[in-house]
Design a protein around this ligand. Structure first.
Ligand code: 15L
Length: 277
């Protein structure tokens, strides 16, 4: 059995780009989506090693517009992961997550790429309370400069969908880990297999305009629901409930437990938690 059991693609002729292919999420997708599509182009600033069978490989910087134009050429669907992946001082966010994200969407438009799947994050909605269940109508509430950059990417995607007709999915990834690492992740955990199946579902979907699905496996204590997203039928098979009785650490304080973004919310926090409804 392949590492992540998954149905064959309805359109194997699809040409797919994966930016950030050397990262944690990217490596899982590189393995899990291998062999599915006519073109499978890996792009990263880090070493990607030799191209594997059926792959193309390109090393460059997402801040470089010429490179972005080169990697999006002859592509139907760009899966855009390349980014600073956690909170950082502003200059570390600005280059890859703002300028780089713009470059990728603009290069995709110039090259006639039909669909972009943008790796957004739960930190785009991190300052929502954990005692509510979010859906696609919930407003963004970034919990960090990193979360703010994901809101930027989502707004950029919305503009490219509405103005230029790109199909855009912003997958608000929870916590992609082999297993949940703490009690918060009983709500946010996304198994590697479900990640692969979700992204494959987004690549293979017949059509959508702009969607912001949440990326997590099943949970009986969810922070969000995808019930209202009818365009894409996700094949989610794993559940964090299998780890509910495990000896997982709780987050360190009340504040980080109160909000979806956990410790991303408490870092640098000088606000008044009771004013955040
Ligand atoms: C993210 O967006 C980060 O990229 C990842 O490192 C984790 O912090 C994850 O969110 C999470 O919230 O667990």
């Amino acid at each position: 059995m392949p590492p992540h059991e998954i149905a064959p693609p309805p359109r194997p002729e699809t040409r797919v780009l994966l930016t950030g292919a050397a990262g944690g999420v990217g490596s899982v997708l590189r393995d899990g989506l291998a062999g599915r599509y006519a073109t499978f182009r890996m792009a990263d600033r880090a070493d990607l090693g030799l191209a594997r069978p059926g792959e193309e490989v390109s090393v460059g910087d997402i801040r470089d517009m010429a490179w972005c134009e080169a990697i999006t050429r002859d592509i139907d669907c760009a899966v855009h992961l390349a980014a600073q992946p956690v909170e950082a001082p502003w200059p570390g966010i600005l280059g890859p997550n703002i300028e780089g994200c713009y470059n990728l969407f603009e290069a995709a438009r110039l090259n006639g790429v039909r669909r972009v799947i943008f790796a957004s994050s739960n930190h785009a909605v991190g300052f929502h309370r954990t005692d509510r269940v979010l859906d696609r109508t919930s407003p963004t509430r970034p919990d960090s400069r990193y979360g703010l950059s994901k809101v930027f990417g989502e707004a950029l995607g919305r503009m490219y969908a509405d103005k230029y007709g790109l199909e855009v999915a912003c997958l608000r990834i929870g916590s992609m880990q082999p297993t949940p690492q703490d009690r918060r992740q009983l709500a946010t955990w996304l198994s590697p297999g479900d990640l692969v199946r979700m992204v494959a579902g987004l690549i293979d979907a017949e059509r959508f305009h702009f969607i912001t699905p949440y990326g997590s496996s099943h949970s009986s204590t969810p922070f969000w629901t995808n019930d209202d997203i009818h365009e894409v039928a996700f094949d989610i098979r794993d559940s964090s409930d299998a780890y509910r009785d495990a000896d997982l650490p709780a987050l360190p304080d009340d504040l980080s437990r109160r909000f979806v973004g956990g410790t991303f919310c408490t870092a640098e926090f000088t606000g008044d938690p009771d004013r955040i409804d």
